[in-house]
Ligand binder design. Sequence first.
Ligand SMILES: Cc1ncc(COP(=O)(O)O)c(C=O)c1O
Length: 394
Amino acid sequence: MEFRYSNKVKQMKPSIIRELLKQMSDPQLISFAGGNPAADSFPADAIRKFSDELLATDPVGMLQYSVTEGYGPLRKAARDYANRQWPVVSDADDLIITSGSQQIIEFMTKLLCNEGDVIAVEEPAFLGAYNSMCSFGARLAGVPLEADGVNLEALEQVFRDQKPKFFYCIPNFQNPTGYTTSLEKRKAICELAVRYGVPVLEDDPYGALRISGEAIPPIKHFDTTGAVVYAGSFSKVLCPGMRLAFCAGQPDLIGKMVVAKQGSDVHTNVWAQRVCERILTQTDMDAHLARLQDIYRDKANYMMAEMDAKLAGRMTYIKPEGGMFIWATLPEAVDTDAFVKKCLEHKLAVVPGSAFYTTDAPCRSVRLNFSTPSKEQIAQGVEIMDKVLRELGA
Ligand SMILES: Cc1ncc(COP(=O)(O)O)c(C=O)c1O
């Protein structure tokens, strides 16, 4: 059968990461390509304990259909979690539990964009977001990302000239760059959003994974007008397999998301929601987050020390203050695709930076993930990059 795919699907870019992951069955392969949380970061004991308890005491509540906006006590717990450092979700906001933050990106696009409408996006940024947006026929206006956040002049120009339906950004330890948007730029983004009437989707899956520097309030903290929609996720702080995230914003928008969700997956997995609520309210989340930060600090510092020792002057990077990625730039003389290919030949997977752009412009950077590999694999992987750079004359 020859399927006649829609124009929307034809616009989607196959994920190079998924393509690389196909080779992962090779046990020899070291991967700096994924974005998975560290295997020892999951609160597996707490998940098992609460799951057992709840199934024993309330099997029907755990297994029956439930409300689309999410389990009430989890909605409250998620609100408290989001507000643990600063007010982020205000009394004026509503909140929906979603199946991952990927679903929030999808719903924002579905609710706001007709085919051909423009979405302003940080460039580079999370490929999964670009793909979701393109699948609705949206056009992406990439705004260059700098080490302290998006270029504000370019953002204002896009807001003014292209009237995007919303602006998508990842202010904390961005995927793929690891960059963090400065306090000044966060305030400026909020101000521009209000001035030009362009909502902001603030995607914050990594915010709790800070390993150095001063914590900065989310953009949503500065918003008094409902312009900012905040997406939080439990994927990186508990586990991605639960598929739990939350979206906070103006009640009319969240109400529309509830309707969109009814037509999509009815509600988020109740079993996972119930367990998550117990973890948030009955375990020491601060201690859990501190443990995750220790795991990631240790791995990130180790990867950076290895890179500094073996690749200095040949691969440059800006130290990430959290998250899971280092964005490393190759010397001008080295072709990125050749580098990625040769690394794979030597059994190391890295993602070429071009995968995170809206256009096919050449890119000299690669994304390196430090959360998944062991320290031994990190050392071996850096050695392979050293060898490959030598082979390519650098
Ligand atoms: C920036 C960003 N947003 C959203 C997601 C999706 O996360 P989830 O759907 O698991 O919450 C990811 C996943 O890696 C991500 O990096």
